[in-house]
Design a protein around this ligand. Sequence first.
Ligand code: PLP
Length: 424
Amino acid sequence: MTASQIQSDTTLAARERWVARGVAAPAIVATHAEGAHVTGADGVRYLDFAGGIGCQNLGHNPQAVVEAIHAQVDQYLHQCFMVAAYEPYVEVCRRLGELSPCRGSDQKSILFNSGAEAVENAVKIARAATGRPAIVAFDRGFHGRTLMTMTLTSKVKPYKKGFGPFAPEVYRAPAPYPYRGISSDDSIQALEQLFLAHVDPATVAAVILEPVQGEGGFIPMPADFPAKLRELCDRHGILWIDDEVQSGAGRTGPVWAIEHYDAQPDLLVSGKSLGGGLPLAGVTGPASVMDACDPGQLGGTFGGNPVSCAAANVVLEQLPGMQAASEALGAKLRTTLEDMATRVDCIGEVRGLGPMLALEIVRDRETKTPAPELVAGAIAKARENGVLLLGCGLYGNVLRLLPPLTITDEELSQGLEVIEAALA
Ligand code: PLP
């Protein structure tokens, strides 16, 4: 047994002994990461198509981000924005405001530690701004694991099972899923029905939607859906929260996925890759909505930590300039995956937006029976062959690809070859 194998096994054994079972983790111990690669304690250099679940759109340890972090670490680590203001926090809010896809010219932001915390706060802000209690979420939506966000999330196992009772005043409607026969109009009609049968729209503060459903299966909303949702919301005075924790920060090409559509949300929730690998999330929107809460009503000890903000300022500076290259990556990836689908029968659909792409895996293309066992097998096989991959989807039958947007052609081809062999 090699020294690195021993180190890997020791850490995994200690993990078994000391870490709670509830956090699932594969048998890899990371010791180093750079660009599109993670090196394991087992000595293997893995190609990373998982990116710490979509947090490394710029790759691992991008040099400019690491330099900004070092510079900030030498100045101060923590202040708490409620004790002393600091420039990196204000600068992230300025950048988020300038890049905001939301309605209104007077954008403001507030920062948090995680996507779930930011979604929680978007709900608080929407309730304060409208004076209404109810929130509408969609089938297959994922918004986090805290009580409110778990309630908004639509997948029982593993996210909700045994964790009730859930937060009140959350209602649900089907989201479009063209591959399985649910159109934009079906979804809008179901919302109208929801407003007749279950909840008075005059009591609904907000709807929350991912423009590309992430954990739910990398399902992009059809081109007409956001505008139809916007019209419905306006008719009833409902705010629209755009959850871009996974689809944002350049993942689909433009900075925000909703920029692909002809509709503007009221609130944007960002996270994951925003911090370049450090925890940071935000809520952004016009002052008329954001300033509905009085001073002291929002906040948190570590939200908008200076080191995370220093990293995010580099990320937000770089993202707009990366759009063309990311779109080219998306086009190339899609062509290769569609080509792969002509050879691999279990690929039911290649879908996504820009370089946020996935394969829905089925037992039979006619019946579209989900094949989660093939996805689990392919993930394990790919890992054996040096590629880190993740599944997703309500049925666990979607293979999602989250390589860094900075991946080289050679790395991409190498990864895709391993994926095809793992599926075949
Ligand atoms: N919203 C979306 C769309 C997500 O994909 C996630 C996480 O995967 C969250 C919210 C929750 O973010 P976090 O895990 O940072 O709490």
